[in-house]
Design a protein around this ligand. Structure first.
Ligand SMILES: Cc1cc2nc3c(=O)[nH]c(=O)nc-3n(C[C@H](O)[C@H](O)[C@H](O)COP(=O)(O)OP(=O)(O)OC[C@H]3O[C@@H](n4cnc5c(N)ncnc54)[C@H](O)[C@@H]3O)c2cc1C
Length: 335
């Protein structure tokens, strides 16, 4: 079957690999990085929502899906992209340590909350550091860029904006002359075609900004989190962020976000830093913060995957599998 996929963020890329592995003829259509949340993501694969002290929905199932998924792509592309990388939560005092202990005792949290370690870095304002076990880091650009190249080399990638899309009797016609049997919409925040065919989605998108920084001084080796994440990139630079804002979607990076991030970082990390870069993206978050996906009831084979919020790297391997299995069967063969 010929499967067209609109969007090459985490959602569309995961769908493309799944469909390719199932033996289908994939055609991936993406208008470019501008406006894509995935291309600015830090690549944390983290089952705990540390800010809210809750678990990602179906954390265990997501965790079970992501390792084999990225491992298989790494093998196909001959490049590593997923690394175990335990996040350390910065605990400033005994009360925070007790709260972490209580969290670990809650149902479902136990596999992900590790022991406390003493803080030995004088720059970090913490009595101890708590480990988020089984967290990992995806090299986002390697994953997205190499996947894009893989499909492009097979002439399965179109770099353009889909502006014309019509249901025919048994298939779909895109841009006047491209016919596909199945169409999957993975448009992220600007879900024009998804909302056109499925009706309005319950979006509550959030703008996120992040910084690239460096400093002269001893490195930090592990990802750290308190009110922001500090993530070593391994080359002496670090990503720090990100912010959450419900407006300003048309603006680029802002001074306000830069100050907010640096102020939060300096509240627990005593180190003068130099800012090298700043970026922004819109997370496709739904009002209830849950992903949305499904198939159209009447139109021919039309599916969508959206609402990956702040967890696209973690949830897209599982949800792409679910969506395809719902309609095409997990091991659907070429036809
Ligand atoms: C600053 C920041 C940091 C983040 N860090 C992390 C992190 O560490 N870990 C994590 O898991 N998540 C993170 N996220 C969240 C993550 O980025 C999102 O969950 C994810 O990107 C959503 O993926 P998506 O594929 O649904 O959307 P997108 O990445 O937005 O992709 C949609 C794609 O569809 C294309 N498109 C849309 N309409 C059309 C059309 N008509 N024709 C052609 N192409 C079209 C767009 O150009 C885009 O490329 C972060 C987000 C931000 C903003």
């Amino acid at each position: 079957m010929r499967i067209g996929i609109i969007g090459q963020g985490f959602a569309g890329t995961a769908l493309a690999w799944r469909a390719h592995w199932a033996g289908h003829n994939v055609i991936l259509i993406d208008k470019g990085h501008g406006g894509s949340a995935s291309w600015v993501a830090a690549g944390l694969v983290n089952p705990l929502v540390l800010k809210r002290k809750r678990l990602v929905q179906e954390a265990q199932a997501c965790m079970a899906a992501f390792t084999p998924f990225y491992a298989r792509i790494s093998t196909e592309l001959g490049t590593s992209m997923l690394f175990p990388d335990e996040i350390h939560e910065v605990l400033p005092d005994v009360a925070a340590e007790n709260a972490w202990g209580a969290l670990g005792a809650e149902r479902g949290f136990e596999p992900f909350t590790g022991p406390l370690k003493p803080n030995v870095d004088g720059r970090i304002h913490a009595t101890s550091l708590a480990t988020v076990t089984r967290s990992a880091r995806l090299r986002v650009h390697t994953y997205l860029e190499e996947s894009r190249t893989f499909f492009a080399q097979k002439h399965l990638l179109l770099e353009e904006k889909v502006t014309d899309l019509r249901p025919m009797e048994t298939h779909w016609r895109l841009q006047n002359d491209l016919d596909v049997d199945v169409l999957l919409l993975a448009e992220g925040f600007q879900a024009h075609w998804t909302e056109h065919f499925f009706g309005p989605l319950p979006f509550s998108p959030t703008k996120g900004e992040g910084l690239k920084i460096r400093w002269d001084g001893p490195p930090v080796k592990q990802p750290l989190h308190k009110n922001v994440f500090l993530l070593p990139d391994g080359d002496g630079t670090y990503q720090v962020g990100s912010t959450y804002a419900w407006d300003g979607f048309d603006e680029g990076p802002t001074e306000k976000a830069r100050e907010e991030i640096l102020q939060k970082l300096s509240s627990w990390f005593d180190q003068e830093v130099e800012v090298l870069d700043q970026w922004t993206g819109i997370r496709p978050t739904m009002r209830d913060r849950q992903p949305v996906y499904g198939w159209h009831e009447t139109l021919p084979r039309l599916g969508y995957l959206n609402g990956l919020g702040s967890r696209g790297a973690l949830t897209s391997p599982l949800l792409s599998d679910r969506l395809l299995a719902q309609h095409l069967g997990r091991n659907a063969q070429k036809s």
